[in-house]
Design a protein around this ligand. Structure first.
Ligand SMILES: *Cc1c(COP(=O)(O)O)cnc(C)c1O
Length: 420
């Protein structure tokens, strides 16, 4: 074993440090297995209930009429997440695209969108019109209101006041933190706030940005009252197997509107060739409970190791988790860059590439990204990204297996020490 660590250029004391941390978090890691098991039961049950068969693994071409594989996949998603209807499509270019389709599908001129979880994900700023854009919702006359979280909790007083004084069409809740320092919003918090919202407004559409949260808990936002959930397939549910795509699940009439916006009015969900995607969407979903659990375990170990090294982390190793992201506050640019480069060195693909901070479309600051993944930009794979701004926080997520996550973490910590 010593030789192979030498070959991997990992110092023995770093191996010892990570092994010690792993020993310390054993109980936490075991808890994740229980969640993986429940989600695996759900997936297999849905496969069986919908009689998944070999012919569903093949796709269609051209218009994509009568795509039985695509239809079964969407029924399986409905069963797992408690939805009436679903769009699970390779025509979504990203999670942002699926969120954009949903927002444009639900909102009309003079309608108001309300975010109750503070500033939305960076790439949505141009979509909403917070950042000026000639094609934003704002450019079509859609209004936007925002209520910030207070100490990681929903501001119930402001929500009540807004619902009683203004006509709101859609409420958006973003669960994961994006590039902020707040905590991730749990299912329990979602349930409480939706119950509260329904006291004042029965009809307002509650849409949840569910990115990074799928299968981290065992309940979906739809099961606690949300109307629509949206997420990316190069995150949790694609398990690193899906090569692109995203999903929208929820109320039938809302998903239908999304279908008409994704393709065209009059054709909606009935078209869209799945090409070669059905097999990988299904296999990805099948592996997703395990890959998400591997990612969460990698995050727990990362949290303990970096805390032992004196950095502040969120969540801490023994805190409840609702997404796969680990936030590490480095406090200085050098450590942030070295660690991120170390994540790249611990990745399977392009391990020798040197990440450099760069401008990215849709983001405000320069960003440094480590992603030596099989699927471009896939963040269910071991990856790390960070905006270059105070207090120099890295957002690490993913790992297709816990073992690779552990080894990748050792490489990252090694490079943090080597300051390369
Ligand atoms: C990843 C993510 C998105 C969508 O991002 P894409 O990179 O466009 O897939 C949206 N919201 C949150 C919270 C995310 O983590």
């Amino acid at each position: 074993m010593t030789d192979i660590y030498d070959d991997l250029k990992i110092d023995k004391d770093i191996v010892a440090l990570v092994n010690k941390a792993e020993f310390d978090v054993k109980n936490e890691l075991n808890k994740i297995d229980a969640c993986e098991y429940v989600n695996s039961l759900k997936v297999l049950k849905a496969f069986h209930q919908n009689n998944l068969s070999e012919n569903h693994l093949n796709g269609t071409t051209g218009y994509g009429y009568s795509d039985s594989g695509r239809e079964v996949i969407e029924k399986i998603y409905c069963d797992i997440f408690g939805a009436e209807d679903a769009l699970v499509r390779n025509q979504f270019v990203s999670g942002t695209h699926a969120l954009t389709v949903a927002l444009f599908a639900l909102l009309r001129p003079n309608d108001t969108l309300l975010s109750i979880s503070g500033t939305p994900y960076d790439t949505l700023k141009s979509v909403i019109g917070i950042d000026e854009n000639a094609s934003s919702l704002k450019s079509y006359g859609v209004k936007y209101e925002q209520i910030d979280l207070i100490d990681n909790e929903f501001d119930l007083d402001k929500i009540k006041e807004t619902l009683l004084t203004k006509k709101i069409k859609v409420i958006e809740i973003q669960r994961s933190k994006g590039y902020s320092t707040r905590k991730t919003i749990s299912i329990e918090q979602i349930k409480k706030v939706i119950d509260f919202i329904r006291k004042f407004d029965e009809k307002v559409i509650v849409m949840v940005d569910n990115c990074y949260c799928e299968f981290v808990e065992t309940t979906s936002p739809l099961e606690v009252g949300a109307d629509l959930i949206v997420g990316s397939l190069i995150k949790n549910l694609g398990a690193g197997i899906a090569r692109n795509g995203a999903y929208i699940c929820g109320k039938k009439e809302l998903v239908e509107l999304c279908g008409e916006r994704l393709t065209c009015p009059g054709q909606g969900k009935e078209v869209g060739a799945s090409l070669e995607c059905n097999r990988e969407f299904l296999e990805g979903l099948y592996f997703a409970p395990h890959v998400v659990a591997s990612s969460v375990k990698t995050a727990i170990l990362t949290s303990k190791v970096l805390e032992d090294l004196g950095y502040s982390v969120e969540p801490r190793y023994n805190e409840k988790r609702s997404d796969i992201v680990e936030l590490i506050k480095f406090g200085n640019e050098q450590d942030l860059i070295s660690y991120t480069r170390g994540v790249q060195m611990g990745s399977p693909v392009d391990a020798k590439a040197l990440p450099v901070p760069a401008d990215m479309p849709g983001y405000d600051h320069k960003i440094i990204m480590a992603s030596g993944s099989f699927v471009q930009g896939s963040s269910i794979e071991f990856s790390c990204d960070a905006p270059l701004k105070e207090p120099f926080i890295a957002y690490q997520q993913g790992s297709l297996s816990y073992q690779y996550g552990k080894i990748g973490l050792m490489k990252a910590v090694q490079n943090l020490r080597d300051k390369k």
